[in-house]
Write a protein that binds this ligand. Structure first.
Ligand SMILES: [Zn+2]
Length: 393
């Protein structure tokens, strides 16, 4: 018996967390010689205007030590799933004996499908927020076994911080959070505000939840009066009580300013999506906590296909055969997928460079570990090439 309904690390490494049909094919093929193949992982359909790729870290961990080569587009790259002429972009290219990695297909796809879905939705929230900070508060809606992955992906996608303890440890930041409503319910708002006012600012910004019992406007003023160095009032108003949320924020801002608390900022949370953000920002929200919409970001539908067997181009119907190389223009970010590594010149006149990097050669890591902070930085630079108004692909 296992304690929780979760695959443990050993199960994942052994392919036990895979679909059975890979294992079945392995036993069916006993007696056949193994074949040297190249497989590519592309996106079959996307629900997002762009993809902010993540989850590769775990694929590398899974494949390390196997007799194969892994080339891939680095995490934090932002791109569309097809090139400018409509050819699917190979995000990962694996070359090796088929049976060396076949049974791990489900797991490899699972890592990148879910993580990229979360990091991509987080990047859409990032676009909506502009320079306004937002934090990932969504792990409570997901299985705890994957909470570090969720927080890492949300952070890489652009979140300024995460609420999870393990997630924050993984990304090398302090977790961000307030006190739960429950504490106010048990001890009363006044006792909690007094405790916050006595707390040490070194432990993080001072945030007071103001809507446990009272109207937001009165709660905000009360908190600001009781906590002299208060950074944020947090409105975590459930939608059933909200009425017109921007109007509530405007009123809280006005009332705080009227009483000399213009420095106290307003943090807003409670079932927010990217679409909700612009109106709340205009009304005066200074920071957002975004939970379920990021943590449950729709998965990116990656799939794996064989494109070469023993060096010969071959593929199933509907797929493009042959090993392909995605190139990108350093100047205008145009993407072109081609066979062969001939140099290509972009329409704009600049050189196009290969987007994939070598990650494993003969199973050994050949690229340095990249910290989530560095990946996030690059992702945000790349995100600047995309506009929030771009439609679905
Ligand atoms: Zn160009």
């Amino acid at each position: 018996m296992r304690d929780f309904n979760i695959a443990e690390a050993g199960d994942v490494r052994n392919g036990l967390a895979s679909d059975v049909y890979f294992e079945r094919s392995q036993s069916l093929l006993r007696g056949f010689p193994d074949a040297m193949v190249t497989a590519e992982i592309t996106v079959s359909g996307a629900h997002f205007p762009w993809i902010l790729f993540s989850g590769l870290d775990e694929v590398i961990t899974l494949l390390e030590g196997k007799r194969l080569e892994l080339r891939a587009i680095p995490e934090g790259t932002v791109l569309r799933h097809r090139d400018d002429s409509g050819i699917p972009v190979p995000f990962l290219t694996i070359t090796g004996p088929y049976r060396e990695f076949a049974v791990l297909e489900t797991e490899m796809l699972g890592f990148i499908c879910q993580s990229s879905g979360i990091s991509t939705y987080s990047s859409i929230v990032r676009k909506a927020c502009g320079d306004t900070p937002f934090f990932s508060f969504g792990i409570r809606r997901m299985h705890p076994g994957i909470s570090p992955m969720i927080d890492r992906a949300a952070y890489i996608g652009g979140a300024d911080g995460v609420s999870g303890i393990l997630g924050a440890r993984l990304i090398g930041e302090s977790p961000v959070g307030t006190i739960p409503h429950a504490v106010s319910i048990i001890y009363g708002d006044s006792a909690v505000f007094e405790a916050i006012s006595k707390s040490d600012k070194k432990e993080g910004p001072k945030v007071a939840l103001i809507d446990t019992f009272e109207d937001e406007r009165f709660g905000a003023v009360k908190a600001a009066e009781m906590i002299p160095d208060l950074d944020y009032v947090r409105l975590d108003t459930p939608s059933s009580r909200r009425g017109n949320f921007p109007a509530i924020i405007r009123e809280v801002r006005w009332e705080l300013n009227q009483r000399g608390f213009s420095k106290v900022k307003i943090m807003v949370s409670g079932g927010l999506t990217a679409e909700d953000i612009p109106a709340l920002k205009r009304a005066g929200a200074d920071a957002f906590g975004v939970g379920t919409s990021i943590a449950s970001g729709k998965t990116v539908d990656f799939s794996m296909d064989i494109v070469e067997v023993e060096g010969k181009s071959i593929s199933k119907r509907g797929k493009f055969s042959g090993k392909k190389i995605p190139l990108r223009c350093e100047n205008c970010h145009a993407v072109r997928v081609q066979t062969g590594d001939d140099e290509a010149i972009c329409r704009c006149g600049e050189k196009m460079k290969p987007m994939q990097k070598d990650f494993l050669k003969g199973g050994a890591r050949v690229s340095a570990y990249e910290k989530p902070k560095q990946i996030r930085k690059r992702a945000l630079e790349e995100l600047a090439y995309f506009s929030a108004e771009e439609g679905e692909q």
